[in-house]
Ligand binder design. Structure first.
Ligand code: SF4
Ligand code: SF4
Length: 429
């Protein structure tokens, strides 16, 4: 019998989500018993002078390790610090996890309102970098050379996810205010709003931003792909968006900036699209730091042994290992995959079928590249087989008949090359 590959002989075509004019009503998740916040710095080496078990904190209060200049995280609840411990993020990023036992009533800190007079980019960066949408204001504040362009992606970067599109459509005044702040406070000369599909006419003329349409077809909404469409360039080895004077920002991040300024408080609730094992999707609103088990409980989703929970969308998301994992400022989606539906990666060798080359939007000889990456020869992969043209869409991984985790190899290679060139920043955001 003639067997046919899953996608046939044509390139698969996946479209991004497009919301109808009848926007969904997000389900609110109640304040949980505890939240876990990730302070973006390694724990120690000395004990914290400001954070200890038993310390009382207020909602909206900036929590820092000590008085020295450095990163902080805003508390999303009022309560008492219960535990502090080290936390390892992706690719060895180190955090300090601060677990707070929450009380049901909020007492709001006036720290932001007081510190925010007059507003400057440093204050905004201190308070808002860990707020919903993870506004990358620290990148603007600390960029080695001035940032001239902010690209707001109004759509979502992965399939089945509509978190940012929802925020774009439902929080227009906040986004308008955020754009104004980026121009006036951060001194950004040019703001581009990249929106998927035909919806561009809905926004043109409404913002102090240049509105650009990107095709609603995956992977045109990926930041590296948008960058290529807007500037006609790829990021070469050792380059980063910030080194090119460009910062990418979610629509939700811009709305967070706008709301913080209008309301004099740091927003604490994150929009998250949650997909159950049958593919049904719900939008929920939960405080940052809420354990994902609380979101699943509200939606009556029961994960079983061998099921997989993915942070992010189906193409580029990452698996997480426990349901007490907290909602993070950039958690746009959570996918719960039935154990029976998981197609595991394998260590089968490449059979040179060529499917990955046909599907690759960057026209990379993926079958050759992956051989070098599997052997740990990352620099050769970059020099000979165009590693840095990869926009990290994951299409090659899902189509590979040998189930080689190609995207993971690619991300690891870029990470390792950046790590061994310490003078450079991360290659993409
Ligand atoms: S190599 Fe794979 S992940 Fe990279 S652009 Fe091509 S298909 Fe996408
Ligand atoms: S890497 Fe996978 S999809 Fe690409 S040629 Fe090899 S077996 Fe085929």
């Amino acid at each position: 019998m003639l067997s046919k590959p899953f996608f046939g002989y044509a390139k698969p075509k996946f479209n991004y989500e497009q919301l109808s004019t009848q926007l969904p009503r997000p389900t609110a998740v109640a304040t949980p018993a505890t939240v876990t916040l990730l302070l973006p710095r390694a724990m120690g080496p000395k004990p914290s002078t400001l954070l200890q078990p038993g310390t009382r904190v207020k909602t909206g209060q900036l929590l820092k390790w000590d008085e020295a200049p450095g990163p902080g995280v805003v508390s999303s609840v009022t309560g008492t610090i219960q535990a502090i411990g080290p936390y390892m993020g992706d690719y060895g990023r180190k955090y300090t996890a601060v677990t707070i036992a929450a009380q049901t009533e909020d007492q709001w800190s006036d720290q932001f309102a007081k510190t925010a007079e007059p507003l400057n980019i440093k204050t905004l960066a201190d308070f808002l970098t860990t707020a919903p949408g993870a506004p990358p204001l620290d990148k603007i504040a600390k960029a080695p050379k001035p940032i001239h362009t902010v690209v707001i992606y109004g759509g979502d970067t992965d399939l089945l996810v509509d978190t940012n599109l929802f925020v774009l459509k439902s929080q227009l005044p906040a986004i308008e205010k955020g754009i104004q702040a980026l121009k006036e406070i951060a001194g950004i000369e040019k703001i581009i709003l990249a929106v998927p599909g035909e919806s561009v006419q809905n926004y043109d003329g409404h913002f102090e931003a240049e509105v650009r349409r990107v095709p609603a077809v995956y992977p045109f909404g990926q930041p590296l792909m948008i960058y290529y469409q807007l500037f006609g360039q790829i990021l070469e080895q050792g380059q980063s968006f910030t080194r090119q004077g460009v910062v990418f920002m979610r629509a939700e991040a811009v709305a967070t900036i706008g709301r913080a300024i209008s309301e004099g408080r740091v927003p604490i609730e994150k929009m998250v699209a949650v997909m159950d094992k049958k593919g049904n999707k719900k939008l929920v609103s939960a405080r940052i730091g809420t354990p994902i088990s609380e979101l699943l409980k509200v939606l009556h989703i029961v994960p079983n042994d061998r099921d997989r929970i993915i942070f992010g969308g189906p193409m580029t998301g990452k698996a997480v290992y426990a349901t007490d994992q907290p909602v993070e400022p950039d958690t746009d989606a959570i996918v719960v995959q039935d154990g029976a539906d998981i197609i595991a990666s394998s260590d089968y060798p490449c059979i040179n079928c060529g499917e990955c080359i046909r599907v690759c939007p960057s026209r990379i000889a993926v079958n050759m590249l992956v051989r070098f990456l599997e052997a740990g020869q990352y620099q050769d992969g970059a020099d000979l087989y165009d590693l840095y043209s990869c926009v990290e869409c994951g299409l090659c991984s899902i189509i590979c008949v040998s189930r080689i985790p190609i995207l993971q190899y690619i991300k690891l290679a870029k990470y390792e090359l950046a790590r061994t060139a310490p003078a450079e920043e991360e290659n993409n955001e």
